[in-house]
Design a protein around this ligand. Structure first.
Ligand code: UTP
Length: 307
């Protein structure tokens, strides 16, 4: 089996997370004209904070954020605000102070700018110098995974076993697949925790998709992806597509090649999409102790009177 061959080589563990957050967020205009979509609040924290917390839960304490023009708010959010902090301390507002300070110490966060948003593949390539020659995770800054789910840790385990790259797959209705990268998959003998990805297509027409398995915003990649991205021509939308580089890696069986998939069946919210963003706010707020009871009560009344 492919991964048995890789076991013979030195396995480097995954310690770094890359969070691409340089996209233009056009689906959320005009809100994203001057505000990064990753800074839009989900209940009371910006979406990006959930993503950094997820990386930290998986043990990835070195985070590289790919940012761009209009994205300064991301850096400010993960930095200290001494004036605000001392005022809250003086006023004895301890809970608020703790909430403000929480994002200062989440992880070691580094930033690199993607001057021109030439696609997700190009954004990942901007991480090459920081990441070096070890496998690394990629978490899209606008994609939220339920914090009860250990998806990323499972993906890291599969990467360490196979030595290849790992994508997260979610089954979606056929009519929805053209919004995603779609994967052709096959079972791996003796394994039920992951599948082999034999091909990938970015945003296919529904009748041309190889399956209903969509690639969602979590990846654990072999460093081989950098060399592959450097040789990947612009694809769909004239952007350098990560999916195209993964398609190349899926065809190979050399060191660092091969692509595997972990099927995700939990809850996920694409906060770059308006409807999904609204659902994220309602669902997550309704589960909060401080907001949930009143919100659920109001939702019942609202559904009865307005739907
Ligand atoms: P999206 O496909 O959601 O693109 O990117 P977008 O431009 O941000 O949003 P829309 O479609 O115009 O509304 C997926 C992820 O990849 C990042 C985005 O920030 C997002 O987290 N990305 C995309 C980059 O970092 N750079 C790019 O050039 C493109």
């Amino acid at each position: 089996m492919r991964y048995a061959k890789s076991m013979a080589i030195e396995i480097k563990s995954v310690t770094k997370a890359v969070i691409p957050a340089a996209g233009l967020g056009t689906r959320f205009l005009p809100a994203t004209k001057a505000t990064p979509k990753e800074m839009l609040p989900v209940v009371d924290r910006p979406a990006i904070q959930y993503v950094v917390e997820e990386a930290k839960r998986a043990g990835l304490n070195d985070v590289l954020m790919i940012t761009g023009r209009n994205k300064r708010a991301l850096e400010d959010h993960f930095d200290r605000v001494p004036v605000l902090e001392s005022q809250l301390a003086e006023q004895g507002k301890d809970a608020l102070l703790a909430a403000v300070e929480e994002s200062n110490f989440l992880a070691g966060i580094h930033y690199v700018r993607q001057g021109d948003p030439k696609g997700l593949g190009h954004a990942v390539l901007c991480a090459k110098t920081h990441v070096g020659d070890a496998p690394f995770a990629v978490l899209l800054g606008d994609d939220l995974i339920d914090e009860k789910d250990d998806l990323l840790s499972r993906m890291v385990e599969v990467q360490e076993r196979t030595g290849g790259s790992v994508v997260a797959l979610m089954e979606v209705p056929r009519e929805a697949i053209s919004a995603y990268g779609a994967a052709a998959i096959e079972a791996v003998e003796g394994e039920d925790g992951f599948v082999k990805v034999t091909g990938l297509v970015e945003k296919p027409a529904a009748d041309e998709a190889p399956s209903n398995y969509a690639v969602i915003g979590r990846y654990v990649l072999s460093p081989k992806v950098f060399e592959t991205l450097e040789n990947t021509a612009p694809g769909r939308g004239n952007e350098i597509q990560l999916t195209d580089a993964l398609q190349t890696l899926a065809q190979g069986d050399g060191e660092g090649e091969g692509v595997y998939g972990v099927v995700f069946t939990g809850r996920r919210f694409d906060t770059g999409d308006k409807l999904s963003y609204l659902k994220a706010n309602i669902i997550l707020a309704s589960e909060r102790e401080d907001l949930g009871p009143d919100l659920r009560e109001w939702l019942k009344e609202f559904a009865q009177t307005s739907c």
